[in-house]
Write a protein that binds this ligand. Structure first.
Ligand code: CTP
Length: 259
């Protein structure tokens, strides 16, 4: 077909344990060198931590598609994004994507400077692009209430932002960056249901319509509008496909969306 792959994972598995195993081996060597008794303490750590965080994940997104990553807490959703970012290296399998990634982490962060600096994050100001994004992220009303609008300094010596404002600024920053692939890890935390609904619709669905998107979300409404859904359970792919396939193949799926 003529379609271009936006993101592909072929039989990918990964674990977070390697660092811990290495660290333990290092401690063991040091203890040995110091003449301390270690015995087989290592087995405890090895058995406890050497479990894959993601197992045999397969997915394929065409350019411009939206993938919803769902699953209960600790199921591996953020780890899946870390793997796409290259922070978590697969122990098996292959990941393909076109390169330029923009990532919005689960925990929002703000650097000292103005709100605008925090959104542009070093990129040049393009009024049209900037205005469409702050509108879609419902930030305009917030700016109107601030002494210097979006030129108001934040962090030290500036205004204190609410959790929801921080979350929307971080989302706006991720969207402003020009990329081939957007990874949004739970971008709606701290937002009320109405604001979340508006931003999902105006920003993630409409403004970003032509972008390849990976969105961590457990909201039924979001799964319905995603092109593909991956539902993780303890690192396993419990389901991958479209929403109608999900309803047909996993009628009990909603129990895995809680938390
Ligand atoms: N984990 C880890 N080291 C990390 C990140 C995660 O060992 N740097 C482990 C976690 O302890 C957890 C598993 O990987 O056992 C999956 O975590 P995560 O991918 O964060 O799960 P999520 O589904 O994103 O959980 P949540 O919804 O709570 O964010």
């Amino acid at each position: 077909s003529l379609t271009t792959v936006g993101l592909e994972m072929i039989n990918v598995s990964a674990s977070w344990d390697e660092g811990i195993v290495e660290l333990f081996e290092k401690i063991k060597r040091e203890n040995k060198a110091n003449g301390h008794l270690t015995g087989d303490d290592g087995l405890f750590f090895t058995n406890l931590y050497v479990t894959p965080v993601l197992k045999s994940i397969n997915l394929r997104l065409e350019e411009g598609m939206m993938l919803a990553v769902a699953g209960s807490t600790g199921s591996g959703k953020s780890s899946l994004l870390m793997m796409i970012l290259g922070e978590l290296v697969p122990s098996e399998g292959k990941i393909k994507h076109s390169g330029r990634v923009s990532y919005s982490p689960q925990t929002s962060w703000i650097m000292p400077g103005t709100i605008r600096d925090n959104i542009l994050f070093g990129l040049t100001y393009d009024e049209y692009r900037y205005t469409s994004i702050i509108r879609a992220c419902q930030l305009e009303e917030d700016f109107d209430l601030l002494p210097d609008k979006d030129k108001t300094p934040i962090a030290e010596g500036g205004v204190t932002l609410s959790g929801g404002q921080r979350a929307r600024i971080c989302l706006a920053r991720a969207v402003y960056k020009d990329a081939d692939l957007y990874l949004l890890d739970a971008p709606f935390t701290h937002l009320d249901i109405a604001t979340e609904k508006e931003i999902f619709d105006k920003c993630v669905c409409k403004l970003m319509a032509s972008k390849t998107r990976v969105v961590v979300t457990c909201k039924l409404e979001h799964l319905k509008r995603a092109d593909r859904i991956i539902l993780l359970h303890n690192g396993d792919c419990y389901f991958y496909g479209t929403f109608s396939e999900l309803q047909a193949q996993r009628p009990d799926f909603s129990s895995l969306l809680l938390g």
